[in-house]
Design a protein around this ligand. Structure first.
Ligand code: SF4
Length: 52
């Protein structure tokens, strides 16, 4: 059985304003890779709004 591949395409923009080392940035990065380029995000006012 083949292991699933992580897409090479980066959907998260560079230059986010999250704290350095923020784990949420990696979570967002991999979530977007899994969800694909047609994904729309609806985010309340919180740290996530400066991460994407
Ligand atoms: S979740 Fe928010 S406060 Fe916590 S490290 Fe990330 S950006 Fe900073």
């Amino acid at each position: 059985m083949k292991a699933p591949r992580i897409p090479m395409q980066e959907l998260m923009g560079s230059g986010h304003l999250a704290c350095q080392g923020c784990g949420a940035t990696q979570a967002m990065r991999f979530a977007l890779k899994a969800l694909g380029p047609d994904t729309a995000l609806v985010i309340p006012a919180c740290c996530w709004s400066v991460i994407d």
